[in-house]
Design a protein around this ligand. Sequence first.
Ligand SMILES: *Cc1c(COP(=O)(O)O)cnc(C)c1O
Length: 396
Amino acid sequence: MLSERTQRIKPSATLAIDAKAKSMKAQGIDVLNFGLGEPDFDTPEHVKEAAIKAIKDGFTKYTAVGGIDELKDAIIRKLSVDNNIAYAKEEVIVSCGAKHSLYNIAQALFNPGDEIIIPAPYWVSYPDQALLNDAVPVFIPTDEAENFMLRPDEFESKITGRTKALILNSPSNPTGSSYDEKALVAIAEIAVRRNIFVISDEIYEKLVYDGTRHISIASFGGEIKKRTIVVNGLSKSHAMTGWRIGYAAGPKDIIKAMTGIQSQSTSNPTSIAQKAAVAALTGPQDYTSVMRAEFDRRRKTLVDGLNAIEGVSCLKPSGAFYAFPNVSRFYGRSVGARRIDSSLDMATYLLEEAHVALVHGEAFGDDRYIRISYATSMDIIEQGLDRIKEALSKLK
Ligand SMILES: *Cc1c(COP(=O)(O)O)cnc(C)c1O
């Protein structure tokens, strides 16, 4: 009865864990939730005020499908100032979240059988969005020892006559690592020479630590820019996940196709949220720095705490708000009748026995790891570390 495409995908694993943790909580169980993929900060006050003003002013009707000019101008300015890339209005589209921008790109670019290169670990939605659009995800595993960056030679070796695009995510969800300029230049050179599109998801660009500088691959000149679609949004930078504003910038024929698709599916993103996004992009940016400083503090506590646990190793992430520890040394060990053989076993064990919710690495394409979000309070992080340590010590 249902369409074939619905059989190809699974619901977002991160949202599923979150739902399970919330339902345990509703039963009165004291669950510590590290499954979250959103900042635990409130949306800045001036952004909320802008939305309230929009409602009061009656800015509550349909807008242009691809976003209001005022917001596109703010995005263009941001891309120029922060990323050193110049775009015109026809090269920008505002969507209902960055996830929606990514989906529109898949709809606009992918043909049946097209191969989409996705370095693993990857964000959960990339493969499923490709599958929903009849394309074939081609995974390339990356190494912790290489900071989880795609190796240019491996990228090139996976390119076939059917390769359409590469999806890059820096800083990365789930690993928290960022690409350096050298790696990006090498990847850009291959993408240009082999004529491959690059879909560059830069949603965590504002959340970088230890002096890391975010670089957009589209900033390396006209040749790579015309093959790149930059995706970004307000969800992570301005704690605006519920407002659903994301955007994409790229070649005007692709943006035009995406706008056409949007016009037949969702129409414009919410008018009020667009006004809020203008305030977020043009107003004071100190809010993001405050958020970043707090994430940085938690990152250190969490990563140091994880590395202090016997058997756990965790790379220090340079961006986003996730730690991605390797827990595979516990595989094959047991407690009572429970044996841990995979990241899902581990996540289930920690949820059921330690009441700690986190996401199994297998959902992100690497079964050796688990993902722990530190978009939660320091107090919860400290308690969580104690619980994880105790639960792991029972595995023999
Ligand atoms: C959160 C997230 C998104 C989606 O953000 P929205 O703008 O809320 O849709 C996209 N990519 C990655 C890697 C994310 O973690």
